[in-house]
Ligand binder design. Structure first.
Ligand code: AMP
Ligand code: GLY
Length: 420
């Protein structure tokens, strides 16, 4: 089959590299992709968020399966647009993507179907939200309803911090319309965990769990980013916890979406807090995590293409494909190399050295790079992801960090404690 990967980051490079291993995949296209993928994918120029243009390009290239990376095109209806022109697409419809694009939708779904999550209230009036803060306990978590690139959540330690967050989200509209409504919820305590599952709307195929590191600096200090690294597997994620997550969270959520008349097909990503009372949902995403995909996909021993195609077809064939999903007895650690200044403003155009030789147990994922006549240059905040593979986390970590020693660009910043 001919496959199109939509998106341009490290997650999409991980999808391209995994799909390139498949005997069933003839050609891979990426829109817009990045130059790091050019050895394995044919790059199609364009804007992934112009969903009609993506659909036209897919039609013209006679694509058999489109695989959507980022949430934005999904929330804008790229899957609906692709299906309209007869191209099969892996990922949820615009309506089903609301599980990520509206936190209010997700929380109300969980409440209605008894899926464990923190107690919450929804406010569309700033003054009512303020009144609520006046008579509740702290810490409290304040969330903008809509998409805010991972930055619309504040864990407020006291009332003053809570009031500041409400002003930024609801009055200053720092995240635009995403702040029309807010959720104020109880603060959960425990270990965070990301569990992704592939689903056709009925069958649920959980992937191995991963943990990501969101803060910019070592020791989880500093502002949150899209993700500075990840590792997989997670030691405390044993069979019992995996079964609990599947039984109490993943399967009921997929069933709930179907019952609501918005069947969910694609990756259901549950961001969880494993509390004393068991796992609870912090958020749902409607796509692969970035950089979780960069540690989960290289450990997958089976062919990804037929699994994604079966989910997209939603014809019941995912159930038999699911039995073919196996994991390598390996650990993976991904370290993100970022531009100085990220997640705030950063300079672009620095020359990158050391990308030519990659050790056997290392995968290099391009995110914010461009190839010029004079060599590789930086063009993004997250520039590269370096994934080390090994028999345990320690060996995987060592391999990732050893590879990084030979990569250089001006202002290169990375965390030294990923997977510790
Ligand atoms: P979210 O985008 O909803 O996953 O939130 C971003 C981050 O905020 C999460 O990864 C958690 O670290 C934190 N967070 C969100 N909700 C809660 C909660 N109810 N209790 C504690 N921490 C939370
Ligand atoms: N790494 C978190 C996310 O992809 O949302």
């Amino acid at each position: 089959m001919d496959v199109l990967v939509v998106g341009s980051g490290g997650r999409e490079d991980a999808l391209v590299q995994k799909l390139a291993e498949s005997d069933k995949v003839e050609t891979i296209h990426a829109l817009p992709g990045n130059d790091g993928m050019a050895g394995q994918a044919h790059l199609i120029e364009g804007n992934a968020e112009d969903v009609e243009a993506v659909a036209r390009a897919a039609r013209e290239a006679d694509i058999d399966l489109a695989v959507i990376g980022p949430e934005k095109p999904l929330a804008l209806g790229v899957v609906d647009a692709l299906q309209e022109v007869g191209v099969a697409a892996f990922g949820p419809s615009r309506e089903a993507a609301r599980i990520e694009s509206s936190k209010v939708f997700a929380k109300q779904l969980m409440e209605k179907y008894d899926i464990p999550t923190a107690d919450f209230r929804v406010f569309s009036s700033h003054s009512e939200a303020v009144a609520h803060l006046n008579d509740r306990s702290f810490p409290a978590v304040i969330k903008a309803d809509g998409l805010a690139a991972g930055k619309g959540v504040v864990v407020a330690r006291d009332r003053a911090e809570g009031l500041r967050a409400l002003t930024q989200i609801m009055v200053d509209r720092r995240f635009g319309d995403a702040g029309e409504r807010v959720i104020i919820e109880d603060c959960l305590v425990g270990e965070e965990l990301s569990v992704m599952a592939i689903t056709d709307g009925e069958t649920v195929v959980p992937l191995d769990a991963a943990q990501d590191h969101k803060a910019i600096y070592d020791g989880d200090r500093g502002p949150n980013t899209g993700g500075m690294g990840a590792f997989c597997p997670v030691q405390f994620y044993d069979e019992e916890l995996a079964e609990t997550v599947c039984r109490d969270i993943l399967r009921p959520t997929v069933r709930a979406m179907a019952e609501e008349g918005v069947p969910f097909q694609g990756v259901l990503y549950a961001g969880l807090m494993v509390t004393e009372d068991g796992p609870e949902v912090l958020e749902f995403n409607c796509r692969f995590g970035d950089p979780e995909a960069q540690v989960v996909l290289p450990r997958l021993d089976s062919d990804l293409a037929p699994v994604l195609a079966a989910a997209a077809a939603a014809d019941g064939s995912l159930a038999s494909e699911a039995e073919l999903v196996h994991w390598r007895e390996q650990s993976a650690v991904c370290v993100v190399l970022a531009s100085e200044g990220y997640p705030l403003d950063y300079e672009k155009g620095y020359s990158i050295e050391g990308l030519d030789e990659v050790a056997e147990n290392v995968r290099l994922y391009h995110a914010g790079t461009v190839r010029t006549d004079a060599g590789w240059r930086t063009v993004g905040g997250r520039v590269l992801g370096v994934t080390g593979l090994g028999r345990d986390l320690e060996q995987a970590r060592r391999r990732a960090y050893r590879q990084i020693e030979s990569i250089r660009f001006s202002g290169m910043h990375y965390r030294t404690d990923i997977g510790r």
